[in-house]
Write a protein that binds this ligand. Structure first.
Ligand code: S3P
Length: 172
């Protein structure tokens, strides 16, 4: 399939880069968190609060399967924890070219220190939590990715150019 999928830790820029890229490449943009919130009629925080993380992870897998069955030629950003499930890594590969936007923990912390919408970071020591989650997840991100783009210290245009070039190289 010919989707461009953006993966990476919360706050790495998947949504912002995805929207800008969708204008530039004239493709529509989809986001698994937004699809899940719309289908469920509640926010991610409400889903975590009421039904817990595993329930949310099941919704992510279902969402990926639905995208594979119905969508093509999009830019798709996915929730930061989605690539951790092995099953999802295979589904991502089926869905298109997977781009990992890699950021350092310090970059993520600066961007998300006042954010209230990520349930996993509503803890006393968010920096510590970011580091721990990153350590656990980086192998999954790298394994799921066709291409890795480092984003620290780069502006959006530079990141987009790198994604576009890598994508074109990957599909030939
Ligand atoms: C999560 C990342 C969030 C969202 C949920 C869980 C995670 O998406 O899916 O809060 O486990 O890293 P973003 O990466 O878009 O913030």
């Amino acid at each position: 399939m010919d989707n461009i999928i953006l993966i990476g830790f919360m706050g790495c820029g998947k949504t912002t880069v995805g929207i800008k890229l969708s204008y530039r490449m004239r493709r529509s943009m989809l986001d698994t968190d937004k699809i899940i919130e719309k289908d469920e009629g509640r926010t991610i925080s409400e889903i975590f609060d009421t039904d817990g993380e595993e329930y949310f992870r099941d919704l992510e897998t279902k969402c990926l399967k639905k995208l594979i069955a119905t969508e093509n030629n999009h830019i798709i950003s996915v929730g930061g924890g989605l690539p951790v499930r092995e099953e999802n890594q295979a589904l991502l590969k089926e869905l298109g070219t997977v781009i990992y936007l890699r950021a350092r923990a310090e970059t993520i912390y600066e961007r998300l220190k006042d954010d209230k919408t990520r349930p996993l970071l509503q803890v006393d020591e968010p920096m510590q939590k970011i580091r721990t989650l990153m350590e656990k997840r980086s192998a999954a991100y790298e394994g799921a990715a066709d291409v890795i783009v480092d984003v620290d210290g780069k502006d959006f245009d530079t990141v987009m150019n790198e994604i576009e070039n890598a994508y074109r190289r990957h599909i030939v």
